[in-house]
Design a protein around this ligand. Sequence first.
Ligand code: F58
Length: 831
Amino acid sequence: MPPHSITSSSADQTQAHLPVDPQSLRTAYLEKLLCQQGKFLAVATQNDHYLALAGVVRDRLLTRWIYSAHTFFEQQSRTVAYLSAEFLLGPQLGNNLLCLGIRDAIEAALAGLPYTLEQLIAHEEEPGLGNGGLGRLAACYLDSLATLNIPAIGYGLRYEYGIFDQVIANGEQLEIADKWLRLGFPWEIARPEILVPVGFGGSTEAYTDQHGRYRVRWTPDWTVNGTPYDTPVLGYGTANANFVRLWQAVASDAFDFQAFNAGDYYGAVEAKVRSETISKVLYPNDNASSGKQLRLQQQYLMVACSLRDMIRLYLQRGAALSGLAEKFAIQLNDTHPALAILELMRLLVDEHDQSWDEAWQITQRCFAYTNHTLLPEALEKWGLPLFGKLLPRHLEIVLEINRRFLEQARARFPNDPARLSRMSLIDESGERYVRMAHVATVGSHAINGVAALHSDLLQKTVLRDFAELWPERFYNVTNGVTPRRFIALANPELAALITSALGPGWLNQLERLRELEPLAADAAFVERFQAIKRRNKQRMSEQAERVLGRALDLSSMFDVQVKRIHEYKRQTLNLLHVLTLYNRIRRGQLPRVRRTVIFAGKAAPGYVMAKLVIRLVHGVADLVQRDDEARRWLDVRFMPDFNVKNAERIYPAADLSEQISTAGKEASGTSNMKLALNGALTIGTLDGANVEMREHVGAENFFLFGLHSHEVLQLKAAGYQPRQYMERDPELRAVLDLLGSKELTDGDRDRFEPLLRSLLDLDEYCVLADYRAYIEAQEAAATVFADPHEWTRRAILTVARMGYFSSDRSIAEYCKTIWHTHPVPVTTPRP
Ligand code: F58
């Protein structure tokens, strides 16, 4: 609780306490250089300057955080606990300045000092504690929760190494360890005094307690501690600050005692190091489950620590645990934290004396589960032997939940054993596995998908039996993204243009963008919008020149596909289009517009096909460059190391946004939203949130192509033969011939053989089936782009109609339908 002496009577609670005028900021900054960094100006490094500035900003946001904590504590507010194995927060400095509203003052404070604010922002390294969409969504949701004044804590893991840094050498991806903590991460606060012991392994034994009740005692054979690091998350346009609490593994003292007793000092140190590896590294797979022991340990560490923390916070108020679900709405961001269901049951039954039925009621009322994928390889399952070895008590609990659940299901669906074995929490079709999506579903009162189509398919496929049993538990909440980071920070000129048209306030009420619609017909506005796009393309070109050594053609169409590399996302389809244009140019058939086709994205290190796609992008880029005529019309670029920081430079420069996944495969997508909000037109399939985006922006402003999700299924059921598509389409055949030729590989003819074979033999993602429709949609896009005024008119309409896709709207829906939480405006405590 903050001491009352810091109370400000000022109406502006947002900047209570510390002065934010340029002169005071400058003084504070120089003080930080001296007293925090221990440097005087002449010897301070850029990193010293960055850390000094971060220190000044952090001091100023702590007041908000403390007042928020105080308010929530006093009011015993209902709190959202957002459990996620990933938070892709992005750089912090710019966002914190935006929320504090002190950017201009800081710029003025730095005048005449060695580094500009822009340079210090560019210096910042981001915490890459996530793979892609799922992790970034968690960060957008924290931003909106804070902005909407909803008390919330993000719980996750503080990986010492986040997602690897991607370097390209000879057209190939190399992975470099992401040492994001090396120069210090100034935004977090360590809480070393909090140590939560977490057990693993060992055995269980049943006993009868003094009341004659059946009880179980779990004796783990080793323990590790979790210790939290808190990073504040500010709201925009409000005094509220929430935080993300990330757990790190630290060896428990038990290891020291072991060493003492056994005299095996080195052995004990080794065991200590091993236990600390639990939070060492983020698994770099997106949309694939690893099935590894260390991953299971990570997940258990995260949930055991987070639940213990919630219970500690709850019991501070002296309440009885039966009310836990009134205090916490716990959201499971996919199944990675779904062990929390089993752990809460264990805590309530084994450690807090609740009966099984009471415990189950509390548990189900606490949890809700968001599913982010239908891809079978991404649905988590844990082999029973591994699960039982590491978490013997949790295995008993999951089996008991399953026994009771199947009894209930049997009563509802008698004489349907096939259905029961489909629904079981344990897959017994071969080796036995725990099905985490089923655990999450059975243990939650609400289950949702992340876009309308996805939620619908979820209920018709992966969770069909459950949706039939409990239709009232299923929801859709279409994803959204934060306009603070993805418009105001990423595209300040566009934000200023919008403010000049709408006045302030739209960043928190994104539906107001609709007021821009009439301006699509206003020549002066169109011109300003165009000029901004061009300057953003210029900035992106400068970046390309810095990293790739060659600038971009600003008058060309920036045709952008930036996201993880995955076969279902079909970067290959995009490349087939480029090769089609190339072949046409060689035949003298020139395209309507020049294009710069920009790719970026990481491939999971073990995903051979995805890595081959990266090589193919480079192969195609070189092919185009070697041909004088092709080079005039086409440029293919791979921007290395796609992360939040780099993404913020790419989105504002895009003309065309490629959202071309096989229908039914992309749960939602969120780069589709970020690009459209920055004035790109979309070429896309009816997949994920594209469907709703198209409805919002208008079909006439969206380049649609391709099979619908049910057509994909029909095609496959009928025995899809990709070769037939090639045989019927000479242009496609020529492109595939080129793919298999040595022109693309400076001699190594077989390099792309696996890719070619997969397209021709199986083509799981229907690339060839969608090829012709895609080429035609690209031609339609080129025709419109050839008319800059018309293109810009459509781009403005797109921006104007994208307000729905703010994460504020998504979070408001979660609050209303799933969490039943309300805003708690932060108040300054009275003296
Ligand atoms: C993504 N999933 C979906 N998973 O693919 C995307 O359509 C959606 O927009 C986004 O979630 C947000 O809902 C995704 O990013 C992962 O990266 C997991 C990380 C952990 C291992 C399994 C995949």
